[in-house]
Ligand binder design. Structure first.
Ligand SMILES: [Cu+2]
Length: 174
């Protein structure tokens, strides 16, 4: 059921401070809209959107080959893998782990391939402000160049079930 029509002449155009705030909000919307494409081309943190179709089984096979070829150590049962500088690195997400532990060199550029074995996960690298969707069926490629040395924690930023909070991994930069 509809309500009654308002009486004629009910509308009063905003004026004074209200008008100024509406104008300010509108101007900010325009600035934010311009910043999106601007950061896409100028911001070094943005993904290029490079991705390929891959099945979880195919990706797992590539990860297995990568680990076999470049494993340099072990940390609490997890392989530590050092990809060749300038080469491909693989990171496999699944409920509830990031596999394997990657060891990178500062200043070198890598092609980091990421995919999920089951459902959607979120790659977040702490303490940096970095967030990336990891989906099954897609081989997402990020071109990365570490600029700081240290041990970085990888966490999952998409709720992925009962063990979500335990889904942590490690990335080392020397
Ligand atoms: Cu997850």
């Amino acid at each position: 059921m509809s309500i009654d029509c308002p009486p004629p002449g009910w509308f009063r155009a905003p004026g004074g401070a209200e008008r100024a705030w509406v104008g300010l909000a509108l101007a900010w919307c325009v600035v934010m809209t311009i910043m999106m494409p601007f950061w896409h081309f100028r911001g070094k943190q943005n993904s290029t959107g490079e991705s390929y179709a891959v099945t979880p089984a195919q990706f797992a096979e590539r990860v297995g080959k990568f680990v076999d070829a470049h494993q340099v150590g072990e940390d609490e049962g997890w392989p530590v893998v050092e990809p060749p500088p300038g080469g491909d690195a693989y990171l496999q997400a699944q409920m509830w782990s990031w596999y394997p532990i990657l060891k990178l060199r500062k200043g070198q550029t890598y092609r980091l391939h990421m995919s999920s074995m089951d459902l959607q996960h979120g790659f977040a690298l702490l303490p940096l402000n970095m967030n990336f969707q990891v989906m099954p069926g897609y081989d997402h490629v990020l071109t990365i160049t570490p600029t700081q040395t240290g041990e970085f924690q990888v966490i999952c930023n998409e709720f992925c079930g009962i063990g979500h909070h335990l889904m942590t991994g490690k990335l080392l930069v020397e």
